[in-house]
Design a protein around this ligand. Sequence first.
Ligand SMILES: C[S@@+](CC[C@H](N)C(=O)[O-])C[C@H]1O[C@@H](n2cnc3c(N)ncnc32)[C@H](O)[C@@H]1O
Length: 199
Amino acid sequence: MAIRPLILPNEPEIEAIDSWSAVKTDEGRYLAYLASIVPSHLSIVEIGSFQGRSTCFLASGSKYGHRATVYAVDPWNLNLDGITGEHLYANFQQNIHKVGVNDLVFPLRAESSDIVKNWKKPIGLLHIDDGHEYEVVLEEYRDWFPYIVENGWIVFHDSTWPDVKKVIDECVQDSDQWRVEDIPATSHGLFVAQRTHSK
Ligand SMILES: C[S@@+](CC[C@H](N)C(=O)[O-])C[C@H]1O[C@@H](n2cnc3c(N)ncnc32)[C@H](O)[C@@H]1O
């Protein structure tokens, strides 16, 4: 099944969220489309939510579709030129409220490796967009992919970063567990694949 960009009526409100280090609109539209096709009994998980731009694309797509819950995993502990983690988390909360998707977003404020220890839910869509170092991305892929159901989706942001690309090449690109979706090049290289079977 070919995927396509989904342009949502509330896109201008999402675009108003700070775009530094975040998905661009061309990428958000694919996230929105994928989220819109996730059935309600499956989870959407995002690793690395920052100020909520990509979370809002996901949750708005889900709202348009089947209302699957979006779990936003992030410790919100960065300190960026005096902007504290508390400030970033407050911005995240404010943004999901402004966009009107707070009822579908469940923030999990901790490192991915801590959250996954107690994770049990089947995942229909996983978006990985946090650390971009090889070991980090590889560990996250290995931690989370067992929860992705057959026909579920994985999305890597910044897939042109050498370390992210290396994980994709080693684990997803030529694996019979995945079918790579051929989408046009996006601003930061969104990579999308669908799980072919869950064993
Ligand atoms: C590039 S930003 C995410 C941008 C966001 N996806 C967007 O497009 O709006 C990276 C985020 O990953 C988070 N992060 C870093 N290490 C993490 C970890 N181990 N687990 C979860 N999130 C992490 C950071 O706190 C930061 O907010």
